[in-house]
Design a binder for this molecule. Structure first.
Ligand SMILES: [Fe+2]
Length: 301
């Protein structure tokens, strides 16, 4: 893992601008100083309050100032609170104004509701599965986009990030609608990691058909509720923190970091354990064409 790798900070449900989010920003900055992140990735709910001229300063620019100044792009996943009052429209415009990737600077990156991040050995598919005022997933466009992207043959690590969880031992428990919608497609087109937020804790589950599902929603508020889940929980934390994912051509390392910057759980996955290319079906041209309208590929340079 010493050679060129993609080292990512994954965090979620952070957009409150409260003291806990500032604590998150500080530990992310401290870990970045030890091993720089290529970029950060939020699992959604990046904004909880109504849009105002000063809002992005309070919920993003100030808590993450050190990392933004260090040039870290922050890729955003839309969450249900980002869809309230059409807040996502302003977030998309803010991303255009910041234009972080083109300028080679740190800052907010939200190129589209559904988009792809490509970097070195990884393809990350970011999806919007949410809608304003609804706990029920609104996944039609996301599903079409995901199927088209997963049909592409690649030897890269494949990561999917969306806001609603599938399994959870937290407040809401397992999300049966998300499971019903996404598990059949993921079984057909397996990926390596699936990250979600929405629940306000963090946990990782025993692999399902070789895929690792994690909740990363402990960015600014903690909920300690415990519910049963159909899937075995390998590790859970009820404290503020984030997750680091490091990927090179052959190995992936996942680390849960606590509010003190300590590594509290980690595992490694070798590419040999990952899904062989032979299991990937050929691309469906019609599906690719239909989803092309929402395809945005963001490359990290
Ligand atoms: Fe949420």
């Amino acid at each position: 893992m010493q050679n060129a790798l993609t080292h990512i900070a994954i965090y979620g449900d952070a957009g409150r601008g409260n003291s806990e989010q500032f604590a998150l920003g500080r530990i992310m900055a401290r870990r970045h100083a030890l091993n720089p992140f290529r970029f950060a990735l939020s699992t959604g709910d990046n904004q909880y309050d109504p849009t105002t001229p000063e809002l992005m300063q309070r919920i993003f620019e100030e808590p993450f100032a050190e990392l933004i100044q260090a040039g870290v792009p922050f890729f955003q996943t839309p969450g249900n609170h980002d869809m309230d009052e059409d807040r996502i429209s302003e977030q998309l415009q803010y991303s255009q104004r910041v234009n972080a990737l083109a300028r080679g600077q740190g800052g907010w990156v939200l190129p589209a509701a559904n988009y792809v991040i490509r970097d070195r050995f990884v393809k990350i598919i970011v999806l919007n599965v949410t809608a304003a005022g609804s706990e029920f997933p609104q996944p039609a466009e996301a599903l079409q986009f995901l199927e088209a992207e997963l049909a592409e043959e690649t030897s890269d690590w494949k990561v999917v990030c969306f806001h609603y969880h599938l399994w959870s031992t937290g407040l809401r428990g397992d999300h049966e609608e998300m499971k019903a919608v996404f598990l059949p497609l993921l079984e057909r087109y397996p990926v390596d990691f699936i990250f979600a937020g929405h629940e306000h804790h963090a946990e990782i589950f025993a692999p399902w058909k070789g895929m690792q599902f994690a909740i990363v929603g402990h960015g600014s508020e903690i909920r300690e509720h415990v519910m049963p889940s159909d899937q075995e929980c390998l590790f859970r934390t009820n404290d503020i923190g984030f997750v680091e994912l490091s990927l090179d051509a052959s190995e992936a390392k996942l680390v849960f970091v606590d509010r003190h910057g300590q590594e509290i759980w980690k595992n490694k996955t070798s590419k040999a354990q990952a899904i062989p290319l032979a299991s990937i079906a050929p691309a469906a041209p019609a599906a690719r064409a239909a989803a092309a309208g929402t395809t945005t590929v963001a490359r990290v340079s």
